[in-house]
Design a protein around this ligand. Sequence first.
Ligand code: HEM
Length: 418
Amino acid sequence: MSSTILGSKMPALFQGISFGADPFGFLAKQHQQFGAVFKIKLPGDPGRVVLCDPEDIKKVFELSPSDTQSHDLPVHFNFGQQFILFQDGATHTEGRRFLSPPLQERRLSKYGDFMLQETSELIDSLEIGAVTPFVPLLDHLALSIISRCIFGAVESEKRARLHFLINRWADKTFSVPLFMSAMLFSGFKVRKFLDKHARQSTTKYGDSQKQSLFIWKELANIKAEIEDIIRMDIDFCRKHPEIDRGDVLANLARAKYEDGSHMDTQTLIDQIFGMSIAGYHTTSITTSWLLRDILTYPEVFKKMSEECQTVFGNDRTDSSKIPQLRYIQAVIQESMRLTPITPVVARTIAKPMVLGGYTLPAGTHIWPCVSEVQRDPTIWEKPECFQPERFIGTKHSIAEYFPWGGGRKRHAGLTGRL
Ligand code: HEM
């Protein structure tokens, strides 16, 4: 075995462009060429070690807080520097302890019926025989759920404003020009630049209607306005503890550390903003792939409908019955196996570690590769085939199936029993 980890010899700029254009395809090619451990280098980035062997990934997911450290992710999304996704080690453990209770299934279960009702209304609005693009519909559904469950917004004006702002922020941030700029000049630099402009923006609630020729100015104004909405709401919730809202923002605004103090307001704004973005396209894209799969396999759709009929009968409003939908859960799991939302999850080790036969120094950035492991033919029989039954009666380890990530940083939102 070579003593240095192999990887593409292409300059970082070309690796960045190839990765930016097709992250899943680029990683698959590198895996095929260099094996289960390889290196990639993006512009302005110290380099990443990609892991495709579940044995190595298991070790990474089992690391304790003192074995990992926070680091600047090479992404340009300016969620807010203190968002939990950017944290690791002891800071992450403390943040997660604070954030987890309000996100628990039990605390949010009162929104289950609302989600079911919104989804039923969306289905009822579809016309048989009409061509309907999924993504905008599912974007709308995800935003309805976010504005209600995270922001507690019931008034139609506030909901419409949040829909507009979050949608516009995501559209601009994930647009090709910005994504490619991040790949060319480095995600860190683009994020810092966007952050600087957002801090300088003096936009207040209702201001950022006008569009700008300069994408970063518009993004800065949108971010400033969303932050303004969150700040006003945190103040309101803390001043009026008697109003029982139960949404994530209200729960977090009132939550206290053991010493009786609240989370500092800017840190909380970063968490709420981060969650609303982390939960938006992740949900709508995951459900879009799911619908694509269901419509591609009519026999799967038929079994799902039969299960729905058996469990719900004609009354589809009781969300407490959802856990009984075992086949439907397997369909979702299979769809997320083949089309996970992210090809990798990120960690940085704080101590030297042996992975794949290589001794990696402290500070190495590691990417356990979701997309390659979930299509590994040594783990999955006929990995390219859509077979939900493979999830019935079989348990896969977290290092073999991790569309929600793994270990202490596993996705913090609701995953139900998936
Ligand atoms: C289908 C929808 C979603 C998918 C597939 C998804 C997937 C993921 C993944 C892969 C991670 C990284 C985990 C890791 O590094 O090990 C993550 C983290 C996270 N997700 Fe989600 N997510 C979804 C929706 C949401 C929603 C709706 C919320 C908020 C309400 C949310 C909140 C978070 C947070 C806060 C983290 C950071 C966890 C940490 O670093 O400790 N996600 N998610």
